[in-house]
Design a protein around this ligand. Structure first.
Ligand SMILES: NC(=O)c1ccc[n+]([C@@H]2O[C@H](COP(=O)([O-])OP(=O)(O)OC[C@H]3O[C@@H](n4cnc5c(N)ncnc54)[C@H](OP(=O)(O)O)[C@@H]3O)[C@@H](O)[C@H]2O)c1
Length: 187
Protein backbone atom coordinates (compact mmCIF):
# COMPACT_ATOMS: atom_id res chain seq x y z
CA UNK A 1 0.00 0.00 0.00
CA UNK A 2 0.99 3.64 -0.17
CA UNK A 3 3.85 5.00 1.92
CA UNK A 4 3.99 8.77 2.38
CA UNK A 5 6.91 10.58 4.02
CA UNK A 6 6.04 13.99 5.50
CA UNK A 7 8.66 16.44 6.73
CA UNK A 8 9.37 20.11 7.15
CA UNK A 9 13.05 20.99 6.69
CA UNK A 10 14.90 24.25 6.84
CA UNK A 11 15.82 25.52 3.40
CA UNK A 12 19.48 26.32 4.00
CA UNK A 13 20.67 23.16 5.73
CA UNK A 14 17.87 20.52 5.79
CA UNK A 15 17.59 20.75 9.58
CA UNK A 16 14.34 19.30 10.97
CA UNK A 17 15.09 19.68 14.69
CA UNK A 18 17.58 20.96 17.23
CA UNK A 19 17.62 18.56 20.15
CA UNK A 20 14.00 18.10 21.21
CA UNK A 21 12.77 21.18 19.36
CA UNK A 22 11.54 22.06 15.93
CA UNK A 23 13.29 25.44 15.55
CA UNK A 24 10.26 27.28 14.12
CA UNK A 25 6.65 27.59 15.12
CA UNK A 26 4.29 27.65 12.17
CA UNK A 27 0.78 26.67 13.32
CA UNK A 28 -0.45 26.23 9.72
CA UNK A 29 2.33 23.69 9.10
CA UNK A 30 1.46 21.76 12.26
CA UNK A 31 -2.18 21.73 11.16
CA UNK A 32 -1.18 20.61 7.66
CA UNK A 33 0.65 17.63 9.17
CA UNK A 34 -2.18 16.80 11.57
CA UNK A 35 -4.80 16.92 8.83
CA UNK A 36 -2.73 14.74 6.51
CA UNK A 37 -2.32 11.96 9.04
CA UNK A 38 -5.87 12.00 10.45
CA UNK A 39 -7.11 8.42 10.96
CA UNK A 40 -3.96 7.05 9.34
CA UNK A 41 -1.12 4.74 10.39
CA UNK A 42 1.89 6.83 11.36
CA UNK A 43 5.43 5.62 12.04
CA UNK A 44 7.97 7.67 14.00
CA UNK A 45 11.11 7.32 16.08
CA UNK A 46 10.88 7.26 19.86
CA UNK A 47 12.11 10.82 20.32
CA UNK A 48 9.56 12.26 17.90
CA UNK A 49 6.88 10.30 19.76
CA UNK A 50 8.03 11.72 23.08
CA UNK A 51 7.94 15.25 21.61
CA UNK A 52 4.24 14.94 20.68
CA UNK A 53 1.81 16.78 22.97
CA UNK A 54 0.57 14.08 25.39
CA UNK A 55 2.49 11.51 23.33
CA UNK A 56 -0.37 11.11 20.92
CA UNK A 57 -1.99 12.26 17.71
CA UNK A 58 -5.75 11.92 18.15
CA UNK A 59 -7.40 9.39 15.82
CA UNK A 60 -4.14 7.85 14.58
CA UNK A 61 -2.47 4.51 14.99
CA UNK A 62 1.14 5.22 15.89
CA UNK A 63 4.03 2.81 15.33
CA UNK A 64 6.99 3.77 17.53
CA UNK A 65 10.42 2.69 16.38
CA UNK A 66 12.69 1.89 19.33
CA UNK A 67 15.31 -0.72 20.15
CA UNK A 68 13.57 -1.13 23.53
CA UNK A 69 10.81 -3.64 22.94
CA UNK A 70 9.60 -3.20 26.54
CA UNK A 71 8.84 0.49 25.81
CA UNK A 72 5.45 1.55 27.18
CA UNK A 73 3.38 3.77 24.86
CA UNK A 74 0.82 6.22 26.22
CA UNK A 75 -2.07 4.37 24.54
CA UNK A 76 -1.83 0.58 24.54
CA UNK A 77 -4.70 0.12 22.09
CA UNK A 78 -3.58 2.45 19.35
CA UNK A 79 0.19 2.79 19.73
CA UNK A 80 2.57 -0.06 18.90
CA UNK A 81 6.25 -0.67 19.48
CA UNK A 82 8.36 -1.81 16.51
CA UNK A 83 12.05 -2.64 16.87
CA UNK A 84 12.84 -3.46 13.24
CA UNK A 85 12.14 -1.08 10.38
CA UNK A 86 11.88 -4.06 8.02
CA UNK A 87 8.45 -4.69 9.55
CA UNK A 88 7.20 -1.96 7.20
CA UNK A 89 8.52 -3.53 3.99
CA UNK A 90 5.30 -5.42 3.33
CA UNK A 91 2.96 -3.26 5.40
CA UNK A 92 -0.57 -3.94 4.17
CA UNK A 93 -2.10 -0.50 4.78
CA UNK A 94 -1.23 3.09 3.93
CA UNK A 95 1.58 4.39 6.11
CA UNK A 96 2.68 7.95 6.95
CA UNK A 97 6.36 8.35 7.85
CA UNK A 98 6.80 11.16 10.37
CA UNK A 99 10.52 11.20 11.27
CA UNK A 100 12.84 11.97 12.91
CA UNK A 101 16.01 12.31 10.92
CA UNK A 102 17.26 8.72 11.07
CA UNK A 103 13.81 7.33 10.33
CA UNK A 104 13.39 9.45 7.18
CA UNK A 105 16.91 8.55 6.09
CA UNK A 106 16.36 4.83 6.64
CA UNK A 107 13.10 4.81 4.67
CA UNK A 108 14.70 6.69 1.79
CA UNK A 109 17.99 4.82 1.61
CA UNK A 110 17.40 1.22 2.69
CA UNK A 111 15.94 -0.26 -0.46
CA UNK A 112 12.88 -0.20 -2.65
CA UNK A 113 10.51 -1.93 -0.29
CA UNK A 114 10.85 0.87 2.25
CA UNK A 115 11.06 3.74 -0.22
CA UNK A 116 8.02 6.04 0.14
CA UNK A 117 5.65 6.30 -2.84
CA UNK A 118 5.06 9.96 -2.07
CA UNK A 119 7.20 12.55 -0.28
CA UNK A 120 5.59 15.70 1.08
CA UNK A 121 8.71 17.89 1.12
CA UNK A 122 7.90 21.03 3.10
CA UNK A 123 10.64 23.62 3.11
CA UNK A 124 10.69 26.41 5.69
CA UNK A 125 12.26 29.50 4.21
CA UNK A 126 12.46 31.74 7.28
CA UNK A 127 14.86 32.21 10.19
CA UNK A 128 15.32 29.47 12.79
CA UNK A 129 14.83 30.20 16.49
CA UNK A 130 18.16 30.97 18.08
CA UNK A 131 19.52 29.73 21.40
CA UNK A 132 18.12 26.20 21.25
CA UNK A 133 20.31 23.57 22.85
CA UNK A 134 20.95 20.12 21.41
CA UNK A 135 22.20 18.27 18.38
CA UNK A 136 21.16 19.50 14.95
CA UNK A 137 19.06 16.81 13.27
CA UNK A 138 19.15 17.06 9.50
CA UNK A 139 18.04 15.01 6.52
CA UNK A 140 20.60 15.98 3.86
CA UNK A 141 21.06 12.32 2.88
CA UNK A 142 17.42 12.24 1.71
CA UNK A 143 17.71 15.11 -0.76
CA UNK A 144 19.79 13.45 -3.51
CA UNK A 145 17.37 10.48 -3.37
CA UNK A 146 14.45 12.87 -3.74
CA UNK A 147 16.10 14.51 -6.74
CA UNK A 148 17.08 11.25 -8.43
CA UNK A 149 14.14 8.93 -7.78
CA UNK A 150 11.16 11.28 -7.58
CA UNK A 151 9.39 13.85 -9.67
CA UNK A 152 7.68 16.96 -8.31
CA UNK A 153 3.98 17.03 -9.22
CA UNK A 154 2.57 19.87 -7.12
CA UNK A 155 3.57 22.80 -4.97
CA UNK A 156 1.97 25.48 -2.84
CA UNK A 157 3.20 28.00 -0.30
CA UNK A 158 1.82 29.07 3.06
CA UNK A 159 3.37 31.10 5.88
CA UNK A 160 6.92 30.85 4.53
CA UNK A 161 6.67 27.09 4.03
CA UNK A 162 6.88 25.78 0.49
CA UNK A 163 4.95 22.50 0.25
CA UNK A 164 6.15 20.19 -2.51
CA UNK A 165 4.61 16.89 -3.48
CA UNK A 166 6.97 14.34 -5.03
CA UNK A 167 6.00 10.92 -6.40
CA UNK A 168 8.29 8.04 -7.35
CA UNK A 169 9.36 8.23 -10.98
CA UNK A 170 7.61 5.80 -13.32
CA UNK A 171 5.36 4.22 -10.73
CA UNK A 172 1.64 4.09 -10.15
CA UNK A 173 0.49 6.20 -7.19
CA UNK A 174 -2.85 5.65 -5.48
CA UNK A 175 -5.10 8.39 -6.81
CA UNK A 176 -7.27 8.64 -3.69
CA UNK A 177 -4.23 9.20 -1.46
CA UNK A 178 -2.84 11.78 -3.86
CA UNK A 179 -6.18 13.60 -4.10
CA UNK A 180 -6.41 13.89 -0.32
CA UNK A 181 -2.86 15.26 -0.11
CA UNK A 182 -3.53 17.76 -2.90
CA UNK A 183 -6.64 18.95 -1.05
CA UNK A 184 -4.62 19.47 2.13
CA UNK A 185 -1.94 21.37 0.18
CA UNK A 186 -4.46 23.97 -0.92
CA UNK A 187 -5.73 24.74 2.61
N1 LIG B 1 10.61 19.14 11.19
C1 LIG B 1 10.06 17.94 11.03
O1 LIG B 1 9.46 17.65 9.98
C2 LIG B 1 10.19 16.91 12.09
C3 LIG B 1 9.69 15.62 11.85
C4 LIG B 1 9.84 14.67 12.85
C5 LIG B 1 10.44 14.98 14.05
N2 LIG B 1 10.89 16.23 14.24
C6 LIG B 1 11.55 16.57 15.52
O2 LIG B 1 12.73 15.82 15.57
C7 LIG B 1 13.07 15.55 16.93
C8 LIG B 1 13.38 14.09 17.13
O3 LIG B 1 14.02 13.54 15.99
P1 LIG B 1 15.33 12.65 16.10
O4 LIG B 1 15.85 12.49 14.71
O5 LIG B 1 16.25 13.25 17.10
O6 LIG B 1 14.83 11.28 16.73
P2 LIG B 1 13.76 10.17 16.29
O7 LIG B 1 14.10 9.61 14.94
O8 LIG B 1 12.39 10.67 16.48
O9 LIG B 1 14.04 9.08 17.40
C9 LIG B 1 15.26 8.41 17.44
C10 LIG B 1 15.04 7.12 18.15
O10 LIG B 1 14.13 6.31 17.43
C11 LIG B 1 14.52 4.96 17.49
N3 LIG B 1 14.84 4.49 16.14
C12 LIG B 1 15.11 5.26 15.06
N4 LIG B 1 15.33 4.49 13.97
C13 LIG B 1 15.17 3.21 14.39
C14 LIG B 1 15.26 1.94 13.73
N5 LIG B 1 15.56 1.84 12.43
N6 LIG B 1 15.03 0.83 14.47
C15 LIG B 1 14.73 0.90 15.79
N7 LIG B 1 14.64 2.08 16.46
C16 LIG B 1 14.85 3.21 15.77
C17 LIG B 1 15.68 4.89 18.45
O11 LIG B 1 15.08 4.78 19.74
P3 LIG B 1 15.77 4.08 21.00
O12 LIG B 1 16.86 5.02 21.44
O13 LIG B 1 14.67 3.96 22.00
O14 LIG B 1 16.30 2.76 20.53
C18 LIG B 1 16.29 6.27 18.28
O15 LIG B 1 17.07 6.68 19.37
C19 LIG B 1 11.88 16.02 17.74
O16 LIG B 1 12.14 17.29 18.24
C20 LIG B 1 10.79 16.15 16.73
O17 LIG B 1 9.82 17.11 17.09
C21 LIG B 1 10.80 17.20 13.30
Amino acid sequence: MTKVAVWCRHKEDNIIAIGKHIPWNIPSDTLFFTNMVQEKNVVMGRLTYEALPNRTIPNCKIFILTSDFSYKPSDKENHFVVDDINFFKDFAEDLYIAGGAGVYTDFLTKGNKLLPDIVMDCVYEGEMQSGLKGEKREISACIPVLQKKYIKVAQSIKDNVQRNMYIKRGEFVDQAVMKNLLTQMQK
